[in-house]
Each structure stands twice: as structure tokens, then as C-alpha cells.
Design a protein. Sequence first.
Length: 262
Amino acid sequence: HLCLYEHGNLSTLGSIHSRQVRENEDATLPIDEIIKSIRVDDPHYPRTDVVAIENTHNVLGGVPIPKSYVDALGTKLESEYNLPLHIDGARIFNACVALDTTPKDLCEKASSVSICLSKGLGSPVGSVLVGSEELIYLARRQRKACGGGMRQAGVIAAAGIYAIENNVERLAEDHEKARYLSKVLTMAGYVVNREPETNLFFFGLPDDSKTTLDEIVGEAEKHGILFGGGYSGGTQCRLAAHKDVSMEDIEEAARVISELIK
């Protein structure tokens, strides 16, 4: 996400040069490849200051990254390279529910974590950055440079606190909805990239399909079913379950989308 989206603001706002590592099939980044990509303090190169991973991994299908990997990576970075590990944890609670753990345990070896409250947790808006006191101080300064903070944010904070206290365990329901929808679409003839472990998955059409994904998306919209395409060069769409989509809605979506491929 840091590299593909957000208008390239790593470079445009942060003056940061990123290096990418291709992920494994299980959505982890090869630790040896990460180590090869680290640049020491050589004036010929930009200096590596942080390693960032995403949990869950979005584009491979909401894959949860296990604690064993996070611990191994974080420990190696800290002990051998004195580098922090940042986790893009937009759906970290989905990962925790899928792995039957807590954010405290899963992110134990991370130096910082960003958490989105407005996805599966259902808060109307809001994200949280977790880290050291020094990091939060610097983050607030950078936020101010990007336009300042929000005023009268207590109402938003209250919604976020409610989401964390009440909507974590129910994420398992979203995971079950995604598995059901994935199974039905697979039986209908769609190509699902992998069985969902959390609340989202990606799917495409078989090579011999006589329709296109754009047509599928357009026809589904006529039935009030909205989902995004354009992933993987336009060959895949994404479906995501959340608290405002009931099981009855999921069943209806499965029925309509299944009919469209025919």
C-alpha cells in the first residue's frame, strides 16, 4: 500500500525512496531479501531507516501474517541492524481474530503500528498510530505540516473507542461471510485467488469467459451490489464483508453474481 497507492506520497510528501520486495505465496516478505535490500550509511544511496509490512496483506486476499514471522523479522532488524519495524495494520484486528491472538502479542516486535477503526470495526471514521512517545510527537508534527489536526474530535474518538471495545470478536462473522461467498462464486465458475482467511478475497473470470469483469461489475450495480474491479491489471475484482452487510445480503450477492457469469 505504501508503494502502490496514496498518490505516491512517500516521495512527494516524505522525500522517501522506497525499495520493494516481492512477497511469498503466504504473503510474507522473504527475510533474506529484506536484508539484501537494506542500505547502510553510504553517501551513494539513500539510508534505510525503517522496514514496513502489511497485516493483513490486502492484495493477496486479506492474508493474516503470523506472529512467528513478525517476531523473527522484528528481532533480526532490531538486534542486527538497529532498524524499526512498522506494521500497516489497517486490518490488524482481522488478523488477530483469524490467528486467535491479540494485537499486543502479534505486534510485540514491531516499533509502530497503524490501525484503521473504520473498516471491519465499523467506526464511522478514524485511524490510530501506535508507537513510542517520541514517534507520536514526530507524527503529530508531520500531521500539522500536512494540514493540521481535527477539531472537536472527541465524538470521533468515542466512536473509535466503542468500535474497539465492542466490534472485535464479531469480525469472525465477516470472515465466515467471505468464505461462504467465495465458495459459492467458485462453484459458479469464477476463479478465486485463494480461500479467504479473513473478510475479503479477489476473484476473476476463467480464460474462456464470454463476458468481462467490467460487464459483471456494471450488471451487479443494477442490482444494488457494489464492488471494485481493476486489480492485478484489471483481471480481478475484490469483495469485502463487513458489519453493515448482513448474511442475507451476502446470500443475495452470491446469487446475483453467480447468475451473471452465465
